[in-house]
Design a protein around this ligand. Structure first.
Ligand code: DAT
Ligand code: MG
Length: 154
């Protein structure tokens, strides 16, 4: 696999959907040069969300987090490109929007940690797990982006 084919799982959370921020968020990843591999809108079950956030089980905010994520549809996506996991996290900003710089998604669009509008995988390993949890292999597209030769040197 080429290093340009790293993948990350990004999801616009229910507050981002309700606030009409889906387009703005997709635009940032598109204009950066990353390739959209898969996307779907889904109101996830609590069981699914408990699995997605299993590392946080036992934290005081866990139940509220699952309730919030279950409260409406999310827009789940897979984005691909060179260092997309790390760069995606930089584009998101810090977990707490109060610590997120202007220019980041959380820095520009939200205020509180419990309503931080977007999820992004924190490592290549968790991206693989999350993509497998949210998407079937056949839902991941494999087209060649016509912009590829203009985004990458080789
Ligand atoms: P991130 O979403 O930046 O990867 P995380 O994985 O540590 O952060 O936590 C997942 C989500 O849980 C986070 O986006 C918002 C919520 N959360 C984290 N810490 C919290 C806290 N101290 N109080 C309330 N919600 C919190
Ligand atoms: Mg996380």
């Amino acid at each position: 696999m080429s290093c340009n084919q790293e993948q990350t799982f990004i999801a616009v959370k229910p507050d981002g959907v309700q606030r009409g921020l889906v387009g703005d968020i997709i635009k940032r990843f598109e204009q950066k040069g990353f390739r959209l591999v898969a996307m779907k809108m889904q109101q996830a079950s609590k069981e699914h969300l408990e699995k997605h956030y299993e590392d946080l089980k036992g934290r005081p905010f866990f139940n509220g987090l699952v309730e919030y994520m279950h409260s409406g549809p999310v827009v789940a996506m897979v984005w691909e490109g060179l260092n997309v996991v790390k760069t995606g996290r930089v584009m998101l900003g810090e977990t707490n929007p109060a610590d997120s710089k202007p220019g980041t998604i959380r820095g520009d669009f939200c205020i509180q940690v419990g309503r931080n509008i977007i999820h992004g995988s924190d490592s290549v390993e968790s991206a693989k797990k999350e993509i497998a949890l949210w998407f079937k292999p056949e839902e991941l597209t494999n087209y060649k982006s016509c912009a590829r030769a203009w985004v990458y040197e080789d």
